[in-house]
Ligand binder design. Structure first.
Ligand code: PMP
Length: 408
């Protein structure tokens, strides 16, 4: 119930930006899918099997050890920018990906989701233009929407935004857009990746038209056969804000992410961060520094890649078997956690969901991931929290429901 509808019986009056907020469609859907016994492909969670519990325990013991000099500092208030060692690690890591980043440009955030929220506060005004992929990450739409921008989707294919469509859209625009939000690697929700030529073509348009980019990359390390092309940040340092995260390579419960911003924007993001939460938990930052300092991720991340790779293979094989003959289409992700399915003509993913749940499996309908003109035939499947046997079983259930619906 909207308190503004209750006037004058309530003394509260919602801000316009609060009226613009809406519940995450996914969380609402997940309630339906959380029935016991359901094979759940709807969530966006990493596999808990990948969480390095032993390394975390050892690091906590080190930080809180009896004579530890870092115990009390890690429990004290800390700097808003983040722990220097962690900022340095991020800068070094980006160097390995071809981007020259100074630690002063790194802002440690409470998950990269907070980075999206800070960017929205610092860069968006009511009525301003903002460009996104079609479809795009729902959590970003949630972060941007309260600022009441006019969100425009750019036509996209299985490599992301189409440079020519972008060019035409920019020509049409009387006022420039504040930025374009892009997910070049193993995108949530589609699993697609921008290849080298597409990155260059899109960047050429952005550079030419002075359209800055927010590059969100929580999945980039989760590649299967080969690393993705170098980040957009490495190609246009002054025109890109970059978001990274520890959620998919260590654990999301740590709530650790980071924003890399050009110096001109950094101080504004920092001020927004101070207002939001003063700083990201120093204890979590210190523990993560302890975990990663001796190259732990070099051993750990390949185990995640191998696990997800096998699950992706199982998912693609099961989809070919179960949905191949129905006329459905799906993406073939080369990393990440998701496959995006387009059901055969005449089917609607939202309408199909209750039947799928009755048959024992759940997915997320694709419509909420579109800022405009949703494709009601689409749905997202996560392959990382199910075993290959569960994937087989779940896709068999989906195939059965799709075939039964087509026959009607
Ligand atoms: N961006 C994308 C594309 C995501 O999929 C997610 C997590 N679902 C996030 C940002 C936020 O991740 P976190 O806050 O855990 O770093």
């Amino acid at each position: 119930m909207n308190p503004n509808d209750l006037q004058p019986t309530t003394p509260w009056h919602l801000a316009e930006r609060a009226e613009a907020m809406n519940p995450s469609a996914i969380r609402e859907i997940l309630k339906v899918t959380e029935r016991p016994g359901i094979l759940n492909f709807a969530g966006g969670l990493p596999s808990p099997e990948t969480f390095p519990v032993d390394a975390m325990r050892d690091a906590c013991a080190t930080v809180l050890g009896k004579d530890s000099a870092i115990a009390k500092p890690s429990l004290q208030y800390a700097s808003s920018e983040g722990l220097p060692e962690l900022r340095q690690w991020v800068a070094d890591e980006m160097g390995k990906h071809g981007a020259t980043v100074s630690p002063e440009q790194v802002l440690i955030t409470t998950g990269s989701q907070q980075g999206l929220d800070l960017i929205a506060k610092v860069l968006l005004d009511k009525g301003c233009r903002l460009l996104v992929e079609s479809p795009t990450y729902l959590g970003a739409l949630q972060a941007f929407t309260p600022m009441q921008p006019r969100i425009e989707s750019v036509a996209s294919d299985d490599e992301g935004v189409l440079p020519e469509a972008l060019r035409a859209q920019l020509e049409d625009m009387k006022e420039p857009a504040r930025f374009m939000y892009l997910l070049p690697n193993f995108q949530n929700p589609t699993g697609r990746t921008m290849l080298e030529a597409r990155r260059e073509a899109v960047l050429a348009v952005c550079r030419e038209r002075g359209l800055p980019i927010v590059e969100d990359n929580p999945y980039g390390e989760l590649w299967f056969d080969q690393p993705p092309p170098k980040p957009l940040l490495a190609r246009w340092p002054e025109g890109v804000i970059y978001l990274g995260s520890f959620s998919k390579i260590l654990a999301p419960g740590l709530r650790l992410g980071y924003v890399i911003a050009p110096p001109a924007l950094y101080s504004k993001l920092l001020q927004a961060k101070q207002a939001a939460d003063l700083h990201t938990p120093g204890f979590n930052q210190r523990v993560v520094v302890e975990v990663i300092k001796d190259g732990f991720l070099d051993q750990h991340v390949p185990t995640i890649r191998a696990r997800y790779h096998a699950q992706r293979d199982a998912m693609l094989a099961a989809l070919a078997r179960e949905l191949g003959p129905t006329g459905a289409e799906w993406t073939r992700p080369v990393g990440g956690m998701f496959v995006w399915v387009r059901l055969p003509e005449g089917l609607n993913a939202q309408a199909l969901l209750p039947k799928a749940v009755d048959a024992g499996m759940a997915f997320v309908p694709g419509a909420p991931f579109y800022a405009s003109e949703p494709d009601a035939r689409t749905l997202r499947l996560s392959f990382v929290t199910s075993t290959p046997a569960q994937i087989d079983q779940g896709m068999a259930a989906l195939g059965k429901v799709v075939r039964a619906t087509l026959m009607r």
